[in-house]
Each structure stands twice: as C-alpha cells, then as structure tokens.
Design a protein. Structure first.
Length: 189
C-alpha cells in the first residue's frame, strides 16, 4: 500500500520522536510497521510526502533515471523578477555538507497566490513594507533544503514551502495532516 500525506508544518518526516515535543508522522495516522517515508521534507516544509513498506516504490519514485518532477509552491520575501528567476534555468550553485553543488537547471515562475491551500499554523511572519511573492518551482532532484538554498542564493528567503506534486500525485483535495491510502494498481505514475 502507498500512503499519501499532506505533512503539516512542524512535523518531522520520521517516526522516531527524538524529543518529547517533536511532532512525527505517527501522530497523523496509525501506520503499519515497516512503512517508511519515500524522500523527506524538512520540519519547516509542508506538503506531499509518500510512504510505503514496499521498497519497489521507493526505488521507482526516487530513481533519478525516472526523473519524476516534484513541484513546490514557495512564498518568498520580496519581489523577484524574470531576471532573478532566470538563474534557476542555468543551475544555481548551493552549499551542501560535501561542498558546493550545482543544481540541475530547473523552472521557476511567479504564480498567483494559491487559493486552495490551508492556513499555516503558526502563520508566516509578515512585514508591512516588504512584499511577498509566490513561486512555482519544479525539480527532478532533491538535495537537502535545496529549494530554500536556491531561493536564498538569488536573494529571496523562503517564508513558506509546500511540495504540491510528485509525478502525477498532487495534494488536490487533501487537507493538512490528512493521510490518503493509494492502491498501487491505480497509481497515476
């Protein structure tokens, strides 16, 4: 079985509670044993997370040869323009633990503020004199905090990050904290 989760802000993409105050995936649903996340979202990110006990799914979804696109809706501080966003198409170099890493070229575009998303708890910080902008960013890789690092590199810090889509799976109709069971035989990917 494949589980699709809309991971809330502040929830760790794991089952182990390292501190009593941590929110973990097991707080959302009574998952069977041996179910694990396929990929991760950091504590400060929200959105689509897939889980399964079947290693075949892990390999199919994360295999770079399959190039499943992941789409992120990102609210940034400031107002990037086309020139700022053109850096995504060239590949932005970010810092990883292993050293500098040049991200694959990807697409980033300004989008209208989404009207079909849930309120974030707690809400993002807003400044009266600094605008915010929503971006749609699509990746075919997934380095640690990659979207945040790319946005910061071009001068627009991330205020809110939602993974909306992996391949053909989306969060359409799935509220924050919801868990949806997917029949792999009817998978859209």
């Amino acid at each position: 079985m494949l589980y699709l989760i809309n991971k809330p802000f502040g929830t760790l993409s794991q089952f182990t509670r390292e501190h009593p105050s941590h929110n973990v995936l097991g707080d959302l649903y009574d998952f069977p044993k041996d179910v694990y996340p396929i990929g991760r979202l950091d504590k400060d990110s929200e959105g689509l997370l897939l889980l399964s006990a079947d290693k075949k799914w892990n390999n199919q979804i994360l295999d770079p040869k399959r190039k499943l696109t992941k789409e992120y809706w990102v609210q940034v501080e400031g107002a990037p323009n086309a020139t700022d966003l053109s850096a995504f198409g060239k590949g932005i170099t970010i810092k990883l633990k292993s050293g500098p890493y040049k991200c694959l070229p990807t697409s980033a575009e300004i989008m209208a503020p989404p009207d079909n998303i849930w309120d974030r708890i707690p809400p993002i910080r807003e400044r009266k004199n600094i605008p915010t902008t929503w971006l749609k960013i699509q990746l075919q890789e997934g380095k640690n905090r990659q979207v945040r690092k790319m946005c910061a590199k071009i001068g627009f810090p991330v205020l809110r990050l939602i993974r909306w889509r992996i391949g053909n799976w989306t969060l359409k109709g799935v509220s924050s904290g919801d868990v949806v069971l997917i029949d792999p035989a009817k998978s859209p990917n």
